[in-house]
Design a protein around this ligand. Structure first.
Ligand code: XBP
Ligand code: MG
Length: 462
């Protein structure tokens, strides 16, 4: 379908909808003969967002999907539509809600133990009626009390796409000092302390433990240490061939890794590191041409077998396949780079072991945007709760966490100083039975290398 027409149809659907529409729901509005792919819808939605950016309303994405709404900046005027004042919630109710958000799934007794006062049935009833919380399970202790978790409606109400957008408790530890005007009187027990199990964790989107079904791997830095002696070398070969005297040293390349995507990296270099370099035309086309040659050199390197998989990767993939786990890849690198790496290291057939290879420009926004992970999960028709991601870098973990994925990190030379807050564990490598890993952050229990037992335990942990 023609892009402009698709945009108008989506515009009309969203304007007439009385609740947010997910990508899946939007897909259902189209017949097979319309030939509309999820990707085209995504692009059209991005364009609609841009088109409406200067209006009094905007297109936003919340937990349940996309919706049009008036811009918050104009709420003072818009609210005059309604006579009644917005509901005011008691501090006790908000404290209770906050504890459910950060400790879910949790029982009323657990909330009472922290707050030091009884939680009234009315308060829980209000939160349930508002559909901000729900009973997600019952705790297997005498009396089988209800375990409460939060809902998508709560996120929608607060204009949030995911619970990961909530600050960590560490960040809000001093909130009463920073914002004295809020006059918060949190009971001392409700305040997070550094030794508190509440501390430093982002809230986890609910709760009844979903069974792990799929592993989603980043490629560069995670499956193989490709950047320093692979991509960087190939970039320099392309520069040389083009008669450019650019030299991306190991150190400089580390800085340039702040953006993902080779074409984007070349542009960053031209625009931020060179004074007045004239590309003699369109910088995007210039970067794309140069990048094509870089890919050529990089593929040659891969074919020569110069880049092995990192320790433990092959064994883990084999174990996961035997255990019936589904496998996927989510990377910013060019698709051919993945195929060649897999072929050179695990054999050609290994390409079929991965149900989805989500790579490169298939989504317009590269990591740290969540899009590549979300796209991979959409292809597999899986939700984030049943998947786990493997990453190595700050941009990578931002992307996977924003896609609501629990994430295991293995660092490398370029990323060992990155901030991996929110990851379930940070390791120096996956490791093997012979040569184990070092745990940099998190808890691996008795395990000394990454296997399916540990991955399942990490997936189940909060
Ligand atoms: C990888 C990248 C890629 C590679 C180069 O990031 O940023 O750009 O460095 O590949 P991640 P291309 O591991 O987070 O996916 O030159 O093909 O882009
Ligand atoms: Mg990476």
């Amino acid at each position: 379908m023609e892009a402009e027409k698709l945009k108008k149809i989506l515009d009309a659907i969203l304007l007439s909808a009385n609740k947010p529409q997910s990508l899946d729901q939007l897909m259902h509005f189209f017949d097979q003969e319309d030939q509309v792919q999820g990707q085209a819808i995504r692009i059209a939605l991005e364009e609609l967002k841009k088109d409406n950016a200067t209006r009094g309303f905007e297109l936003i994405k919340v937990a349940s999907g996309y919706r049009y709404q008036t811009q918050v900046a104009y709420k003072h005027w818009v609210s005059k539509h309604w006579d009644e004042r917005p509901p005011r919630y008691s501090r006790a109710l908000l404290e209770t809600l906050a504890l459910i958000i950060y400790r879910q799934p949790t029982t009323r007794a657990e909330i009472e133990a922290i707050r030091g006062v009884a939680v009234s049935s009315n308060m829980i009833k209000t939160l349930l009626e508002r559909e901000w919380i729900r009973v997600v399970a019952h705790k297997e202790v005498p009396g089988r009390p209800a375990l409460y978790g939060t809902t998508r409606q709560l996120l929608d109400y607060f204009n949030l796409d995911s619970l990961n957008q909530m600050p960590s408790l560490g960040e809000i530890q001093d909130i009463d000092k920073r914002y004295p005007q809020l006059d918060l009187q949190l009971s001392d027990q409700a305040k997070p302390t550094s030794s508190s199990p509440l501390n430093s964790k982002k809230p986890q989107e609910n709760t009844t433990m979903a069974k792990l079904e799929a592993l989603i791997f980043d490629v560069d830095g995670t499956l193989a240490d490709t950047e320093r002696d692979g991509h960087r070398v190939a970039f320099n070969q392309a520069f040389k061939e083009a008669g450019l005297d650019w030299d991306w040293t190991v150190e400089l390349y580390g800085e340039l890794l702040s953006v993902t995507g080779g074409k984007e990296r070349i542009r960053l270099y031209i625009e931020s590191y060179l004074n007045d370099f004239d590309v003699g035309g369109d910088v995007q086309a210039f970067a794309a041409n140069l990048h094509q040659r870089k890919t050529h050199f990089y593929l040659e390197l891969l074919q020569s077998g110069a880049i092995p998989l990192r320790p433990g990767v092959e064994a883990l993939i084999n174990e996961a396949r035997k255990a019936g786990l589904r496998l996927a890849i989510a990377t910013t690198t060019t698709p051919a780079n993945v195929t060649y790496l897999l072929t050179a290291t695990l054999g050609e057939a290994s390409n079929d072991w991965f149900e989805v290879i989500a790579a490169g420009d298939i989504v317009p926004a590269k990591k740290p945007a969540p899009d590549i992970y979300t796209w991979a999960m959409e292809q597999m028709k899986l939700s984030p709760e049943v998947c786990i991601a493997f990453e190595d870098s700050l941009n990578g973990v931002k992307s996977s966490l924003a896609a609501d994925l629990k994430t295991i990190i293995t660092v490398n030379g370029y990323t060992k100083g990155d901030d991996f807050a929110g990851a379930v564990i940070v390791l120096d490598q996956m490791g093997t039975a012979d040569e184990g890993f070092h745990v940099l952050e998190g808890d691996a229990g008795e395990h000394h290398y990454l296997n399916m037992d540990l991955i399942k335990a990490l997936h189940e942990s909060n």
